[in-house]
Design a protein around this ligand. Structure first.
Ligand code: PGA
Length: 268
């Protein structure tokens, strides 16, 4: 059986609304064209964009209008996720957005515990676990992020840090289809530095042992079209979480092409 590959764009707090709409159309038009070209391809990567939450409702409207969002067709187009949610369903939490609200406007996934949330919003593993549970209860798939800092990496503490983050932020009752794990070394995010592919491979193998068998594990941190193929071809890597390179049609579509190639090569 071929592996599933996820390509997830994390826009962070970037792009004007109109730029976001143009990006979404540019990705979807590329997907329609490339899936028609490779109609023999048995499996296609699953593509997600995670825009700022204020854009989601309108983007979903555009996808429904122009591409029949729900995608009951024979190929799968762009899916939409959010970048964070609150762990409560509703209440006095000024400025926050609940998982139910995101689901109601058409999001299907939500990134939880990104290192920027951990750093700038003091999110702990315990908070992240509650958010992941709230996401599942709302019918969303949480993409739970873990990763070591440069200092921890240099002190050879990567595995111990990841083990603890996974243990404390993944709800113990979760099965493999309830979540996606994203391994993002903090020192690789937005820096252009990435671990050696052998290191990524070893770390993903290690992470696979900490979570239910068959769960998807993404790599994130400075993924670009020219390194995506080598990373996606690794056995325990089931996709990539992309920041900077997800903001431009050409670079994001370049990463999608790498995933299509990897799946075609696996299938041959
Ligand atoms: P980057 O960001 O691709 O710009 O390194 C990745 C992320 O933060 O998810």
């Amino acid at each position: 059986m071929q592996k599933q590959i996820f390509i997830v764009g994390n826009w962070k707090m970037n792009l004007s609304f109109q730029e976001g709409i143009n990006l979404v159309s540019g990705i979807n038009n590329f997907l329609v064209a490339s899936y028609k070209k490779h109609s023999d391809n048995l499996q296609t990567p699953k593509i997600l964009a995670c825009p700022p939450s204020v854009y989601i409702a309108k983007i979903v409207d555009v996808l429904r209008r122009d591409y029949d969002y729900n995608y009951k067709d024979d190929y799968d187009l762009l899916h939409i996720g959010a970048q964070d949610c609150h762990y409560e369903k509703c209440g006095a939490y000024t400025g926050d957005v609940s998982a139910d609200m995101l689901a109601e406007i058409g999001a299907k996934y939500v990134i939880i515990g990104h290192s920027e949330r951990r750093q700038y919003h003091a999110e702990t593993n315990g908070i992240i676990r509650k958010k992941a549970l709230a996401a599942k209860q709302a019918g969303l798939i949480p993409i739970i992020c873990v990763g070591e800092t440069l200092q921890q990496y240099q002190a050879n503490q990567t595995e111990i840090v990841l083990q603890q983050q996974v243990k404390q932020s993944l709800p113990p009752e979760f099965c493999k289809d309830d979540f996606i794990l994203a391994y993002e070394p903090v020192w690789a995010i937005g820096t252009g530095k990435i671990p050696q592919v052998e290191e990524i491979s070893a770390t993903h193998k290690f992470l696979a042992k900490q979570i239910p068998a068959g769960s998807a594990i993404l790599y994130g941190g400075s993924v670009k079209p020219d390194n995506a193929c080598d990373i996606l071809a690794l056995q325990d890597v089931h996709g990539v979480l992309v920041g900077g390179a997800s903001l431009k049609v050409d670079s994001f579509n370049g990463i999608i092409s790498a995933a299509v190639d990897v799946l075609r090569n696996c299938g041959e």
